[in-house]
Design a protein around this ligand. Structure first.
Ligand SMILES: Cc1cc2nc3c(=O)[nH]c(=O)nc-3n(C[C@H](O)[C@H](O)[C@H](O)COP(=O)(O)O)c2cc1C
Length: 158
């Protein structure tokens, strides 16, 4: 396992839902490669494969939002990581309720917390692109345990 997928040495990693928007298209995808990169100013990074529809929307829309995942929205979050929104509206299909943030980004209403970020840097790295965003709006809705991806179909709540 480790030799084939060396990134798995760092697992488990927290699962979030990344929301994005460009023009009249809005999307949501699961991401485990998402982490803080600066305290002051508060900056967050998410590594997104160029194959994802989310890559196109974040790159063109210049913003993204990080939505934490807990047990309440676990199934929807995993499903949002197993199908692409390129030809479908995953919010509608998976019944993921939306609300809108200060930047007009779609946020996951049932998420414990959402962080709306303005894109400050886009770094091409191998088969992924690291999007770095400055937090402009943080909404904490409830305290909750996080969902962590341990690889494949394995998840743990901590
Ligand atoms: C638990 C989990 C974590 C994931 N983490 C990432 C990630 O960090 N980066 C990424 O590019 N794709 C990740 N994916 C895959 C995308 O969520 C998946 O390809 C999704 O269908 C992309 O949707 P989109 O095409 O609508 O953007 C993950 C999937 C799952 C199930």
């Amino acid at each position: 396992m480790a030799a084939e997928k060396p990134y798995r040495f760092l697992y488990p990693m927290r699962v979030v839902l990344i929301t994005s928007k460009y023009g009249d298209r809005e999307n949501v995808m699961a991401a485990a490669w998402c982490f803080p990169v600066s305290m002051e100013p508060p900056l967050f990074a998410v590594s997104v494969s160029r194959k994802r529809f989310s890559h196109e929307l974040i790159s063109k829309g210049r913003a993204f939002a990080i939505n934490l995942v807990d047990a309440k929205i676990r199934e929807k979050a995993v499903a949002a990581g197993r199908s692409s929104g390129k030809d479908r509206d995953k919010f509608a299909e998976l019944s993921i309720a939306r609300e809108y943030g200060k930047l007009g980004m779609p946020l996951v209403k049932d998420s414990p917390a959402s962080i709306e970020c303005k894109l400050v840097k886009e770094i091409e790295l191998g088969d992924h692109v690291l999007f770095v965003g400055g937090a402009v709006n943080i909404i904490e809705r409830r305290k909750a345990k996080g969902l962590y991806h341990a690889g494949g179909d394995d998840f743990v709540e901590i």
